[in-house]
Design a protein around this ligand. Structure first.
Ligand SMILES: Cc1cc2nc3c(=O)[nH]c(=O)nc-3n(C[C@H](O)[C@H](O)[C@H](O)COP(=O)(O)O)c2cc1C
Ligand SMILES: CC(C)CC(=O)C(=O)O
Length: 355
């Protein structure tokens, strides 16, 4: 049993290459580290004597009712961490009452995952437009409640840990949704990362606003654009028909030099206005981080790596229960009866970060 949501990284027993694939970032991992330093540097001034008692964490995210302002971030290849992979994590999300986001690169077919819990589908933009269309249709048919299109991976960031490890997927972990390309991440060329080689052939590096407008024209499903950091791009996403944006630097795995997501959040919220739904990810490691993100202006967060470590331990349900408890504790300590009160808290970026 873990004591804190962030404990599972220590508890997980995984091959070194898999551990590095999860923990690593791109380049010198500056943005990866910045995510944590910036969240640590945010201070929130608590309110007192509000008679809170039992804080209410319930919300609605893009029309989906959720018990917490949290969704499971889309993450590829979850059978790397547990034989049941996506099914176990999605079921835990379903029991916790929060949305699970199925990755384009899930290691089980999206239909099987959507059958165990209310899910959204994350879309990577493939060179093959017919394949993109097929994924949208399959996700819709499977009952996915929203489409989250990822816009910060024209190509995978150079993950030096994966390159140095010549990281490849084991034979039983496949990209189950991609009919022709499901096993391409299994062999390396010249000691490169096989995952990087696969995405370089599969993903369209020229993905553009015009494609996003096309996507909007072919589906009425709620559309989230994941990977926004600049307020001008946030406005362009809204122009293209997005229903929400996810402020994200992909957990420091893409452009190494990007700001921390929490530092980019304020200007995006200012540009879009308080009523437009904005999500955030990258660096959320506990209930206090969730509260900070909401106090700075997010409506909800995506939680990433800690849930993969928890999956490896076989305890994603316990992890989500802990995260919920941490959020309720943080709300009580900060004097917030509900999430509207969290949005009203005063925040500052402390010039003397703790670490
Ligand atoms: C192992 C791993 C796989 C990921 N796969 C995807 C993916 O398939 N699609 C996607 O949009 N983001 C993917 N991401 C990024 C996450 O959705 C999220 O943006 C990131 O993990 C947030 O950072 P954090 O984990 O440090 O909180 C992946 C992240 C990790 C660690
Ligand atoms: C295989 C990758 C493109 C999946 C991903 O988004 C990531 O590892 O960050």
């Amino acid at each position: 049993m873990a004591d804190a949501f962030n404990d599972y990284e220590q508890l997980a027993v995984l091959p070194a290459g898999v551990r590095d694939f999860v923990a690593g970032g791109s380049g010198a991992e500056l943005t990866l580290r910045r995510n944590r330093a910036a969240l640590d540097a945010v201070t929130v001034t608590p309110r007192v004597l509000g008679g809170v008692g039992c804080p209410d964490t319930a919300t609605t995210i893009l029309g989906t009712a959720a018990t917490l302002p949290i969704a499971v971030a889309p993450m590829a290849y979850q059978r790397l961490f547990h034989p049941e992979g996506e099914l176990l994590l999605a079921a835990a999300a379903g029991s916790a009452g929060i949305p699970y986001v199925i990755s384009t690169l899930s290691s089980l077919p999206l239909e099987k995952i959507a059958a165990v819990a209310p899910s959204w589908f994350q879309l990577y933009w493939l060179r093959d437009r017919t394949a993109v269309r097929a994924l949208i249709d399959r996700a819709t048919e499977a009952g996915c409640g929203a489409l989250m299109v990822t816009v910060d991976v024209p190509v995978m960031g150079r993950r030096l840990r994966d390159v140095r490890n010549s990281f490849t997927l084991p034979p039983d972990v496949i990209a189950a949704n991609l009919v022709d390309k499901s096993t391409e991440a299994h062999s390396t060329l010249n000691g490169a990362s096989a995952v990087a080689a696969h995405t370089a052939t599969a993903f369209d590096p020229a993905f553009s606003w015009r494609d996003l407008a096309w996507l909007r024209s072919v589906t009425e499903i709620p559309l989230l654009v994941k990977g926004i950091l600049d307020p001008r791009d946030a406005l362009a996403a809204v122009d293209a028909g997005a229903d929400s944006v996810v402020v994200s630097n992909h957990g420091g795995r893409q452009f190494d030099g990007a700001p921390a997501s929490i530092d980019a959040l304020g200007s995006v919220v200012d540009a879009l206005g308080n009523d437009f739904p904005v999500l955030l990810d990258s660096g959320i490691r506990g209930g206090t981080d969730v509260l900070k993100a909401l106090a700075v202006g997010a409506d909800a967060v995506l939680v990433g790596r800690p849930l993969l470590w928890a999956l490896a331990v076989g305890a994603p349900d316990e992890a989500l229960a802990l995260l919920g408890r941490e959020l309720r504790d943080a709300m009580l300590l900060a004097g917030c009866a509900d999430l509207a009160a969290v949005a009203d808290l005063a925040t500052e970026r402390n010039p003397w970060p703790i670490s």
